[in-house]
Unconditional design. Structure first.
Length: 143
């Protein structure tokens, strides 16, 4: 028996933003996020809890312009995509929306889609949740 407490994954991710409406629209239009909760404090909308309709992590957006500016450029998290076909489709979707990114590349632990930035400059990265085999192809088989 272990004395280490059991943990159960990531509950949610939270980002500071400079403009709630702009960030909400970006995460909604790029990835399909939907508002689950509005956080109103003393009559002022201060944040959103967002859910994803197809298994993505819950995401919090918190109005905090100072912290958003300080955090710009850093990749706080990576969002999982099931496989190479999925990450390729995501890259095509983002390109069609005019988003700059570095394209899909083989990485040490799967396929990566890096260098996408949200309206506040946070880097949003994606990795496949399946790894690579010895040939550099998805361990789940060719896409």
């Amino acid at each position: 028996m272990s004395d280490i407490p059991r943990l159960d994954g990531v509950h949610h991710l939270k980002l500071p933003v400079t403009d709630l409406d702009r960030s909400l629209e970006w995460y909604r239009s790029r990835f399909g996020y939907q508002v689950a909760i509005e956080f109103v404090e003393q009559g002022v909308l201060m944040g959103y809890a967002l859910t994803h309709p197809d298994g993505g992590p819950m995401l919090g957006l918190r109005l905090d312009p100072e912290k958003a500016k300080a955090a710009a450029g850093f990749d706080y998290f990576s969002i999982g995509v099931p496989d190479k076909a999925g990450i390729d489709a995501l890259a095509e979707h983002l390109t069609a929306l005019g988003e700059d990114h570095a394209g899909v590349h083989a990485a040490h632990i799967g396929w990566i889609l890096p260098l996408l930035h949200d309206p506040d400059g946070h880097e949003v990265r994606f990795y496949t949740t399946t790894g690579l085999d010895d040939t550099g192809e998805s361990a789940a088989g060719p896409a």
